[in-house]
Design a protein around this ligand. Structure first.
Ligand code: SAH
Length: 216
């Protein structure tokens, strides 16, 4: 890359993330640390820190840096929490969560992306992230309950299995709404068994495809 990636990340955090109101110091630290340019195809490394999503292949994208930071802040993470991510993609969001000390479980349905993310996370020494190839709308029942769940693809509704696998006092962050149009980023909380959802931001994500998502 032409310019030092550390400086590019500093600038990304300052101009795209802090400037838009993300304040959690641990989120900012993780966004300054994870080498985003290593999560995109080599030919795109120079633009990895731009203020937009990046193509991953297979019709998928890695979210804009601000959206990754904003969703991570909404999780109110503490170190040691057990976190489930649906939609591994490049593994970037998983690395951000791992960088914050979370115990990360991530599910991807596209085999090539799953394998690439597994190899990439190992290469970058994110050795404790657990990855699974499966339909993430089913969650990861053997590992439930999860303190936090983050879904990085947009579905028609909140998949029931994910709500069931959310721990008490848990938080689930998920985009819900029509395919290929603006969806609503929702924060779903479970408190003493009671589930309530709040709308936070209009967003556009790739489709969540699966049993409790869109049809293939
Ligand atoms: N979090 C990723 C970006 C995700 S893009 C990153 O940081 O790079 C959305 C991903 O969700 C795509 O890779 C897509 O294949 C995956 N996906 C869509 N439906 C899914 C499902 N039901 N289960 C698991 N992964 C799914």
């Amino acid at each position: 890359m032409s310019i030092d990636p550390v400086r590019k990340r500093e600038r990304m955090v300052r101009e795209q993330i802090e400037a838009r109101g993300v304040r959690d110091p641990e989120v900012l630290r993780a966004m300054r640390t994870v080498p985003r340019h290593r999560f995109v195809q080599e030919a795109l490394a120079a633009q990895a820190y731009d203020d937009r999503p990046q193509p991953l292949g297979f019709g998928q994208t890695i979210s804009q840096p601000y959206i990754v930071a904003f969703m991570t802040e909404l999780l109110e993470l503490k170190p040691g929490m057990k976190v489930l991510e649906i939609g591994t993609g490049s593994g970037y969001q998983a690395a951000v969560l791992a960088e914050m000390g979370a115990d990360v479980f991530t599910v991807e349905r596209v085999k090539e992306l799953h394998q690439q993310a597994r190899d990439r996370l190992a290469r970058l020494k994110y050795l404790f992230v657990k990855l699974k190839l499966d339909d993430g709308t089913l969650g990861w029942p053997e590992e439930a309950p999860f303190d936090r769940i983050i879904v990085t693809a947009g579905g028609p509704e909140v998949p029931r299995p994910l709500v069931d696998q959310l721990a008490d006092d848990g938080i689930l962050v998920i985009p819900v709404g029509p395919a290929k149009r603006t969806q609503m980023l929702k924060v779903v909380r479970k408190e003493r068994g009671l589930v309530r959802a709040e709308d936070r931001l209009g967003v556009m994500f790739v489709d969540l495809v699966g049993k409790h998502g869109w049809e293939e």
